[in-house]
Design a protein around this ligand. Sequence first.
Ligand code: FES
Length: 103
Amino acid sequence: MSERITIARTGDIPEGRGLAVDVEGLCIAVFNVEGRFYAIDDTCPHAGASLAEGDVDGTIVECPLHGARFDLATGALLSPPADRSVTAYKVHVEGEDIQVELE
Ligand code: FES
């Protein structure tokens, strides 16, 4: 059974930017793409950089350290040097609350 946790408010994240949030022992990066919010694991599987600090291009984030790219909607790895995808979380916006679904 999944639960929804409020992890940020919509005004916390400027458009085209990410925010790293610690929640329930996870570090999740939340991104604002033209008013739509996406959430993936924050830690890059290559060498542990914070993906929330990466450059966002549409629904793609580029790791700030070595440039691996991930799809914000699915967490899929799009280009190396990382060698695996990250978890993507379902996002709901309730009023100004950004909520993620955790298993
Ligand atoms: S830490 Fe992300 S690509 Fe190296």
